[in-house]
Design a protein around this ligand. Structure first.
Ligand SMILES: Nc1ncnc2c1ncn2[C@@H]1O[C@H](COP(=O)(O)OP(=O)(O)OP(=O)(O)O)[C@@H](O)[C@H]1O
Ligand SMILES: [Zn+2]
Length: 950
């Protein structure tokens, strides 16, 4: 068997041998076909081949379930390149191709070997006749479920439609099933096996333990100078003192952008050239940093978790987590980027109780929010909490670190043999734990009534000094930066603590974590009402020095990320007892906080020097000191100084030309990525991001949007990114069918509707098309055979009258009015950055074409504008271009107000402007990470401008 398999491997795929023994074993088991198979192998291990090769060798067709159309396309293209007959049935398929495929499948001996399909399509009624037919003729050889962790509600990529695969599996009793995933802790593995109804599967799991990785944990709060400590660690890991210039490099992970900037700055100051990498940087700068690091010109990259997926660098000698990872699963993946070459490497976490409390707070908040929307608790709500607890336990418990990881992933206890701090010297670990406990006792002894939540949540740790956005972007404040912000922060902190104390009263509140009230209006930052809150605005303002007030006035048109953390703080104290009058809105509060470094520099008054600036001077120093420094820090050494000088010149270029060229480059990059979202050098990164975002999407708002698509054809704009997912890219008739198969008022759809209401801040009606069941045959035919034109006509029939007026209350209620007042006011201004040239069509021309010359267009109301914005923005959300759903909603809200402002524009103009704004936004922002990202965004054409252009 082995020889013939190897021959087939060579003939069909061109490989001389299997990638690993495990791959070979899986292929053999699948070819035998007598048992179901479960495969858990890391990304890049060659899982696809585990079913592709058996598929080629088997008689009949292998049905492959894969979550995203984009991923399917990659696979099908790859197989076709090898002349292997493979295809996919999906909503994007032209009718002609669809018919050809169905014809082949219906023939007595189909030529097709692999049929790829999304879980949504496999469950859709339209596909059932085809499936039944294949089954009844025993033409299905295997069922392969790729990315099988999507089936588990414990997994971060959970896709509800994957659950339906259990039913499918039950319908194919004689067909062996293969489930594949890259990362699955024990509970996810169990879920997969149970949900897919795998029968006594043979499991092939890559061992978790990697003996070349040395794990340790350092309690950061015990260190007199954490940066010096980190510096010493890096020097040792990279053997910088030995003068060997060992060609290694490293990654420091931080949770926030400013954390990255600060750590990069500090390390560079201490003598190790380090650069920050995060989504706040321009795309070009990010690529440059990544390239410099890949080529060894920069030894240390200090990055948020956005860095690393798909980056396959063998000689990463260390991965340090400056902040606690949010889960043990993530930590394992992130730290696992060290030592891919098999050489000894170090994985270190700098643990801090503050990190723990902050992350815990946000996880609880998130769970609470989800439960509130759903109206009930679910076992799976605990997934994030459990995974985070495992991370904390990894740091806080005495014991072998490798053993903790292995146990978590369901592996047997490995033989660590000194590859972690505990195994090499347990006493040191115990001493550290004792010191940390003592420190905590000392620090927290003061208020005996401090409420403690699950996992030791300490409300007082939220000393009003947080900054960042969402727990992924949190970072502890004030590390090493004794600036005027510290004083301000302390004042704010004191005030806040005073209020917290009041709230607590003299008695303990008990042991439970008190999440923000479900109806706390500060959840929506645009809301001004804060009932039951006694903090007086005057006191708050007193706490803010004059300079910050000025800053607020200058930039109050947009909320920065800080406002959200303020929401969290204030929201957590929302059980105050009195009604509040004239309170400072959340959107104004951010100015009480320290400015962010790097991402939001605002001119010369900024007291901080970014790592980049420091690097510039450090590089200049380096140049004047060639021999000493260049040999040590740059692989391109002194011979390349001219090039470096050129780079410096470039960096110092006139900002406007730099900006414009970088904008062009980014625009190019964006449009390239839109043209072809699946191609390019970072396929794995995109794949994982797509999965994660698609999972989020399908859980949340997209279902609502999907329904909305039933009433309007969404792909109006060729510039909008290609849809990624079958759920979202179904033709309207398919969506209609799925709606029928779903319960019409499933919790998911209720939740989804709620979300969208959040976005548009107004009542919204969901149109659900109901096609009578006796039309089933016809529906199937429509889905499988109709051309795009047919689809459109179906859509049109069901489309509500476009001229239907939005309900009066939408513009008239106080609520809306308040929100409008609080939203960043749109400033009518001509764009000064030259972006307007990028607008590809003139809204005024559209306007003229659509309206008789003298009849003014019907002005667009806020709700209509919101609809338009959401429609155009949604594809970007689904592509993962927003760090959080809140950001997406916030941006949608911002744009809606911007477009509805003035109310003198008609629908087509608003559409045009919405498209242009969104396009402009994403030409300079690759992924929206903070509200600061859109603070400079203005309407591309004011009314006056367009009038002039006529
Ligand atoms: N036997 C082999 N010899 C050499 N290369 C192989 C072999 N099998 C697979 N590969 C290659 O390894 C790479 C990774 O394979 P594949 O994409 O299947 O990984 P994967 O485990 O499915 O990763 P993911 O988790 O991203 O799905 C591909 O480029 C594939 O062509
Ligand atoms: Zn150990």
């Amino acid at each position: 068997m082995t020889t013939s398999l190897k021959q087939a491997l060579k003939t069909h795929f061109g490989f001389d041998s299997f990638k690993s023994k495990l791959q070979e074993d899986v292929v053999k088991a699948v070819v035998r076909g007598d048992r179901d198979v479960f495969v858990c192998m890391p990304t890049g291990a060659g899982k696809s081949l585990c079913y592709q090769l058996p598929a080629v060798l088997a008689e009949g067709i292998t049905l492959v379930i894969s979550p995203l159309i984009a991923l399917i396309r990659d696979q099908v293209d790859h197989l076709r390149d090898h002349n292997i007959p493979a295809c996919s049935i999906n909503s994007k398929l032209p009718a002609v191709e669809r018919r050809l495929i169905l014809a082949d499948l219906g023939s007595s001996s189909p030529k097709l070997k692999l049929l790829y399909i999304t879980p949504e399509m496999v469950a859709s009624p339209s596909f059932q006749p085809c499936l039944t037919d294949l089954c009844s003729r025993s033409l299905l050889s295997h069922l392969a479920v790729d990315e099988a962790h999507c089936v588990s509600q414990w997994g971060h990529d959970f896709r509800p439609d994957y659950l339906k695969l259990g039913e499918l599996r039950a319908r194919l009793p004689g067909v062996p099933c293969l489930a594949l995933t890259a990362t699955a802790p024990k509970n996810v593995q169990e879920d997969i096996i149970q949900s897919l109804k795998l029968r006594l599967p043979l499991s092939f799991i890559t061992p978790v333990f990697r003996n070349n990785l040395h794990y340790d944990v350092i309690f950061r709060e015990l260190l007199p100078n954490p940066y010096v400590h980190l510096h010493a660690f890096i020097k040792k890991a990279l053997m910088l003192d030995s003068g060997s210039n060992g060609q290694g490099c490293g990654i420091v992970y931080c949770r926030t952008r400013e954390g990255c900037e600060t750590v990069a700055y500090q390390l560079t100051k201490l003598g190790i050239l380090s650069k920050a990498y995060h989504a706040g940087l321009k795309a070009g700068d990010r690529t440059e940093v990544q390239n410099e690091w890949m080529q060894g010109r920069v030894l240390v990259i200090v990055a948020t978790i956005s860095f690393g997926m798909g980056v396959d660098k063998a000689n990463v000698r260390f991965v340090a987590h400056w902040n606690l990872a949010k889960s043990l699963t993530s930590y394992y993946q992130e730290s696992g980027r060290a030592g891919r070459d098999g050489l000894p490497s170090s994985c270190r976490t700098y643990y801090s109780a503050k990190d723990k409390a902050q992350i815990n707070f946000f996880i609880c908040q998130d769970v609470n929010r989800r439960q509130r929307k759903r109206g009930s608790a679910k076992e799976s709500d605990k997934a994030a909490i459990t995974d985070f607890e495992a991370m904390v336990s990894f740091c806080e418990r005495e014991g072998c670190r490798h053993a903790t990881i292995s146990k978590f992933f369901g592996d047997k206890t490995p033989n660590c043999a000194g590859a972690c701090d505990f195994c090499s010297n347990p006493k040191v670990v115990q001493a550290q734990l004792a010191r940390a406990a003592a420190l905590r006792t000392n620090t927290l002894a003061a208020p005996s009534n401090t409420p403690k939540g699950p996992f030791g949540f300490q409300a007082d740790l939220y000393e009003g000094g947080k900054k960042g956005y969402g727990f992924e972007r949190y970072d502890e404040g004030g590390e090493g930066n004794e600036d005027d912000g510290t004083k301000r922060k302390k004042e704010f902190s004191d005030l806040f603590k005073k209020q917290m104390k009041l709230r607590k009263g003299s008695d303990s509140q008990g042991e439970d974590f008190i999440p923000p009230d479900a109806d706390c209006p500060l959840r929506e930052a645009s809301s001004q009402k804060i009932p039951k809150l006694t903090v007086k605005v005057s006191e708050m303002k007193k706490a803010a020095p004059a300079s910050t007030k000025v800053e607020k006035v200058e930039s109050n048109k947009t909320r920065t990320s800080d406002s959200r953390e303020t929401e969290a703080e204030v929201a957590s104290s929302s059980s105050f007892t009195h009604e509040m009058v004239g309170f400072t809105s959340a959107s104004e509060m951010y100015s009480l906080k320290r400015k962010r470094i790097g991402a939001g520099q605002r001119g010369s008054s900024n007291p901080f020097i970014t790592a980049k600036d420091l690097l510039k001077s450090s590089m200049l120093d380096t140049e004047s000191n060639k021999e000493k420094e260049s040999g040590r820090f740059f692989n391109d050494s002194s011979g390349d100084m001219k090039a470096k000088r050129e780079r410096l010149k470039e960096t110092n270029m006139d900002t406007s030309s730099a900006a414009s060229s970088s904008i062009k480059a980014r625009a190019k990059a964006v449009s390239a990525s839109l043209d072809n979202p699946t191609k390019g050098g970072k396929a794995m990164s995109k794949k994982q991001q797509k999965l994660a975002e698609a999972a989020k999407s399908s859980r949340n708002i997209s279902q609502y949007f999907t329904k909305k698509q039933t009433t309007e054809k969404i792909q109006e704009d060729a510039d909008m990114p290609e849809e990624l997912d079958a759920t979202f890219s179904h033709t309207p008739s398919e969506i209609a069918q799925e709606n029928i198969s779903r319960e019409q008022h499933s919790p998911a759809s209720v939740e989804a509707v709620e979300s969208s209401q959040d976005v548009i801040q107004a009542e919204s009606k969901t149109a659900v098309i109901v096609i009578p069941d006796d039309n089933k045959e016809k529906k199937t035919a429509e889905i499988l055979n109709t051309s795009e034109q047919d689809t459109t006509s179906i859509t049109e029939q069901n489309k509500p009258k476009e001229e239907a007026k939005p309900p009066e209350i939408q513009e008239g209620t106080d609520d809306i009015k308040e929100k409008r007042d609080l939203s960043p006011p749109a400033k009518r201004s001509r764009p000064t950055d030259g972006h307007s040239r990028r607008v590809t069509f003139n809204p005024s021309v559209q306007e003229r074409a659509l309206h008789p010359v003298n009849v003014p267009p019907k002005p667009v109301m806020l709700k209509e504008a919101a609809d338009i914005v959401v429609r155009y923005l949604d594809p970007f959300y689904k592509q993962g271009k927003f760090a959080t759903k809140e950001l997406f909603k916030s941006f949608a809200r911002y744009l809606s107000h911007l477009l509805a402002e003035g109310r003198s524009r008609g629908k087509s103009q608003v559409k045009a402007e919405a498209k242009a704004l969104i396009k402009k936004f994403f030409s300079s922002v690759q992924r929206c990470e903070s509200e600061a990202d859109w603070k400079h965004l203005k309407r591309p054409h004011s009314r006056k401008t367009t009038e002039k252009n006529k």
